[in-house]
Ligand binder design. Structure first.
Ligand SMILES: [Zn+2]
Ligand SMILES: [Zn+2]
Length: 336
């Protein structure tokens, strides 16, 4: 079988490997159909992911079908369509014990810290898989993981009916944040530099869009909110300027949801946080959001049409990585 292996930064290959035949009683063998290509895969390839070790089989946005079931597994059957919940946690540390395993002290992400799903098949404990009804098309089921990132952002920001939410960045993560915030009943403003991305965000339900190449973000946000600011400000760009604007865009009692990994310090003044008692909250991966997102997809409650723009064969991984830089591409799928 074939695997997509990043041997070391900037060196990616499709390699041959032995297929696993014997599985443990609590394990399941999954035949992979699609893996989404994500910014973090690209960062691992380029050597910019601080958590990655090499050589690494990438891929954490993975769907496929169950090919073999261990003797003790009762939750899944042969042929089930499944998605991977790509985190391994210890279950013993404080974050795990307080119900926040996504920030486990020993957290390992499949495709980052350990091998991921960009391979013809893999074997994994059954509790890392979620069944998705076969009525959900595979090209939509594979979006479950990125949608959980959006779901986590709404969860951390406690987005609810009647809230006004600003999302900076209309890339895939911004779009996933948008779909979930709209489902939760918020009024959503999306900002970006790219007009094409903004018009797609409008199609996906954004109430207002701001092109920050033409307009001042904060002026426009305050105009749209009667000078109040937003209840929740999500930064799906992750540079210092957007983080600083996220804080400045908040209304009193607002929440800033931070998704980025920038290491350089930003310029934030204490008074901007204290005067409105803002909450600044990190949002990493997801906590228990898979069942929620799978349910939304199964009941067709969010419109994920056209988020996938390209499907590339596993042998075209280099081409797919190139395509990722193209502003006209959204989610690129790798087919196995
Ligand atoms: Zn991803
Ligand atoms: Zn833990």
């Amino acid at each position: 079988m074939k695997q997509i292996l990043v041997k070391e930064p900037n060196q990616i290959e499709v390699v041959e490997a032995e297929e696993v035949v014997n599985i443990e009683n609590n394990e399941v063998k999954v035949k992979v159909l699609y893996a989404g290509l994500c910014g973090s895969d690209v960062h691992i390839f380029e050597g910019h992911n601080p958590f990655a070790t090499y050589p690494r089989i990438i891929g954490h946005e993975v769907m496929g079908t169950v090919e073999k079931v261990g003797a003790d597994v009762t939750s899944l059957e042969l042929g089930d369509q499944v998605v991977l919940e790509p985190i391994k946690t210890c279950g013993k540390c404080k974050p795990c014990k307080i119900g926040r395993p996504n920030i486990c002290e020993k957290l390992q992400v499949y495709g980052v810290h350990r091998d991921g799903g960009m391979q013809d098949s893999f074997v994994i404990e059954s509790d890392k898989l979620h069944k998705v009804s076969s009525e959900v098309e595979p090209e939509k089921a594979v979006l479950t993981e990125p949608l959980t990132i959006g779901a986590q952002a709404s969860f951390r920001g406690e987005v609810g009916e009647g809230d006004t939410v600003l999302i900076q960045g209309a890339g895939t993560i911004g779009l996933c944040c948008l779909l979930i915030a709209k489902y939760k009943g918020a009024t959503v403003i999306v900002s970006d530099l790219d007009e094409g991305k903004l018009s797609f965000a409008k199609e996906k339900g954004a109430d207002y869009t701001i092109n920050v190449g033409e307009y001042n973000l904060l002026d426009e946000v305050y105009k749209l909110t009667d000078d109040k600011g937003v209840d929740v400000s999500m930064d799906a760009v992750g540079i210092n300027a957007t983080f600083e604007n996220a804080i400045k865009s908040c209304a009193p009692a607002g929440k800033v949801v931070v998704l980025g990994f920038e290491e350089k310090p930003a310029q934030v003044s204490q008074v901007d946080i204290t005067k409105g008692e803002l909450d600044i909250r990190g949002s990493r991966l997801q906590t228990h959001q898979f069942p929620f997102v799978v349910d939304l997809l199964e009941r067709n409650l969010i419109n994920v049409e056209d988020i996938v723009t390209h499907i590339k064969d596993k042998d075209e991984i280099t081409e797919a990585l190139e395509l990722f830089k193209d502003d006209n591409s959204r989610k690129i799928l790798i087919k196995f």
